[in-house]
Design a protein around this ligand. Structure first.
Ligand code: PGA
Length: 243
């Protein structure tokens, strides 16, 4: 376990500039731990950096800077003081066809720029039903982490997000999450000789967080939908990283 848990808010492609302003106004009234990482849409990142919490970009390019229309480089994110990059989210894997190899490339570039990485892994419902969860997670970890410099590995946080739990209101039992996280920790240590924090993500809400927070080997939570509502997100933060 890391000394203090982490809460990541992945806002995905939500909220207008006006809604973001309102959000920040309400959010900043509260005492917020540095262990909270908010990941808004890329165009809003400048509104979020330099505050009490940390900030993450939801994706980075698999290329250094250059002629890649519409992409954002890790180096550019770092240049406006972004702290983290989410890499390998299941929506990137499925809608934008990101392979484990592309994900490794992105991790390499992010770490090179001293961005911390939140590497998302998780099985689909079909893989779960055919009892392939551990096999899938092992492959995702192996491809993403192989060949990385040990010194850089310290800057990676793993987020275990079962694809079937994302945005569905369905959550694995605490025991299932515990066992899968124990497995992930074992594999990560085997691959890197280091212990990395592992978060749980997938339908985390203000109503189930107290139950989820009882899982003793979870180092924090990645929150999607509920992070776009200040009151819900604050309740989650108050449970996981009380000030
Ligand atoms: P959710 O999303 O909390 O809305 O299920 C989690 C995520 O996709 O990171």
């Amino acid at each position: 376990m890391v000394s203090k848990k982490i809460v990541v808010g992945n806002m995905k492609m939500n909220l207008t500039a006006q809604e973001i302003n309102q959000y920040l106004k309400e959010f900043e009234k509260k005492e917020i731990s540095k262990n909270v990482i908010i990941c808004p849409s890329t165009i809003y990142l400048p509104y979020f950096v330099g505050k009490k919490f940390q900030v993450g970009i939801q994706n980075v390019a698999a290329y250094e800077m250059g002629a890649y229309t519409g992409e954002v480089a890790a180096k550019q994110a770092k240049s406006i003081k972004v702290d983290y990059a989410i890499i390998g989210h299941s929506e990137r894997r499925s809608y934008f066809h990101e392979s484990d190899d592309i994900i490794r490339e992105k991790i390499t570039l992010a770490l090179k720029e001293k961005l911390k990485v939140i590497l998302c892994i998780g099985e689909t419902e079909e893989e779960r039903d055919s009892l392939k969860t551990y096999k899938v997670l092992k492959k995702q970890l192996k491809t993403a982490l192989q060949g990385l410099d040990y010194k850089e590995v310290f800057n990676i946080v793993i987020a275990y997000e079962p694809v079937w739990a994302i945005g569905t209101g369905r959550v694995p039992s605490n025991l299932e999450i515990h066992d899968t996280i124990a497995f992930i920790k074992e594999i990560v240590e085997e691959l890197t000789q280091h212990k990395l924090p592992v978060l749980y993500g997938g339908s985390v809400t203000d109503t189930n967080i107290k139950t989820l927070n009882k899982i003793e080997n979870v180092d924090g939570y990645l929150v999607g939908g509920a992070s776009t509502k200040v009151d819900k997100f604050m309740k989650i933060i108050e449970v996981v990283v009380p000030q």
